[in-house]
Design a protein around this ligand. Sequence first.
Ligand SMILES: [Zn+2]
Ligand SMILES: [Zn+2]
Length: 383
Amino acid sequence: MTRIDLSDPAAIRREGAAWPWRIAFLVFATLLLIATHWPASEPSGNNVLSPDKLVHFLCFGGFTFLLWMTRWFRRFWVVALYSTAFTVLDEISQGFFSAHRDTSGADIAAGLLGVFAASAWMTTFQPADNFVTRQQEKQVIWVVDELLARPANWFLLAGAFVVPMLVVFLPLYILGWKTLGISVGNITLTLGILVGLAALGVVLRRILPDYLRRIETDRPCFECGVDLSDLELDADGSGHCGACGYPVHRSQWVRLPAPRIPLATILQADGALGLVCFAGYVLLAMCAAPLLLLANGHPGLASSIFYCGTFIAGALVWQWFRVLRNEIVEEGDRRCVRCRCDLTTVGVAGGLGVCPECGVNFARLHELVDDEGLGSPEPATHA
Ligand SMILES: [Zn+2]
Ligand SMILES: [Zn+2]
């Protein structure tokens, strides 16, 4: 468990931002326990395949993700360990406490695949080393924290996802079952989730601009949340937050352009051998294993393995992208991240400049000439 320092306003803000996630986690875990221990209906004659394994995958993956977001544990492997234990114990206890429910190895496997998939993503959330990049990432975290500090937004976003998801999934599922006599649980659930995510995207597009505008007008400190619109910055656009002492730079309230890196370049980030390993992994986890399980009459596990393989491949690609992006952004005050033209002779005003070739913003922490003497922009007192 992490301890908070009550004299540090940044720690208090992090703690405050974690609370909505803690409530969400406790509600989710309680519902999950009830759902998995609810007495199952009498085994009926007709063999309709429900998307049961896929639901296990999503629920225990969701459990892991929410536990991570509570910020109770700092290390991702601790979260992964607790989630693994919870998944196994939850399944074993069903056999003891619930009528018509048995401990199922396939259910445990599907749940654990969910834990693995969520854990793979947790490893990609380390903050960037570069100050400018890290502040750009903190913009996103600040918006998420502000958005979710309002309980109404939780209901709005949950509703935006769940309602369209069920509207698509349930009728198609029942239709396939009742009229065609085939079970299309996994496919219809996947379709429902995709529609739910699209609806969530539409709602976010409507409410996000307000929060993004507030970054420009309020100029918040991303550590403690204090409004810094009156803070005097030096000629290079740098300063320190009056409340928590963290360094700030004018560029943190501007959306800087992200480099455009082709997918082919990202996939080759680890060289030829890395690409071969990745291709082998995709072939095995996303093609061969699911097809083999499908052919042997395990469609539920097949879809869980396919989902897990896709999530982990996505996490890998995202991690490669981050490494390449950070390399490019690291020298973003000397070469434009978009058009790669030379910026060393281009002047800046208050820490921000504009690329003369393509017109995008770039940040420069200090003037190039006295780059060395000023040291790191990190705070000395906050470990
Ligand atoms: Zn602050
Ligand atoms: Zn440019």
